[in-house]
Design a protein. Structure first.
Length: 148
């Protein structure tokens, strides 16, 4: 295959010409269509070769990237909510952080940062539940036995 701009030979799997750096205008108009796992998809594929998810929509050729990775938004909202939760000791921000990271885990199941934050949040939630159960047990014996 030859470059459309300079005419020099180039490999078909390259998006840019290594000689003149021109972007190829293949029949798909350089669309990048990705599965939720991040694998680039091609026309006529019925299943993702990486995660085996079925591809139920027909790939339509446009000039924009059809999927965007917004996982950073989930991470930023989560971190801000946790910081405010610790600063203000507000359970509302704990719930916002929990909902945000669970939503991020659902939408981006293969994102490593979201996976780590999700499991750290789950451990923190379990820790809080253990403390609440301990306080209920101790305070259940009478008000004088309650700490604080």
């Amino acid at each position: 295959m030859n470059c459309e701009k300079c005419g020099k030979p180039k490999s078909e799997n390259l998006d840019y010409c290594p000689t003149c750096n021109a972007q190829e205008n293949n029949n798909a108009n350089n669309i990048v269509v990705k599965c939720q796992c991040g694998q680039k998809l091609e026309e006529n594929w019925k299943f993702c070769p990486k995660c085996n998810a079925p591809i139920n929509v027909e790939i339509i050729t446009t000039n924009t990237e059809l999927t965007k990775d917004n996982s950073q938004s989930y991470i930023i909202i989560f971190l801000i909510s946790i910081a405010i939760n610790f600063l203000l000791n507000s359970n509302v921000f704990f719930l916002i952080a929990l909902i945000t990271i669970v939503s991020g885990k659902i939408n981006y199941p293969n994102n490593k940062a979201i996976k780590i934050l999700f499991w750290l949040m789950m451990l923190y939630a379990i820790f809080l539940l253990i403390i609440i159960m301990w306080l209920l047990l101790v305070c259940g014996k009478g008000i004088s036995s309650c700490p604080g």
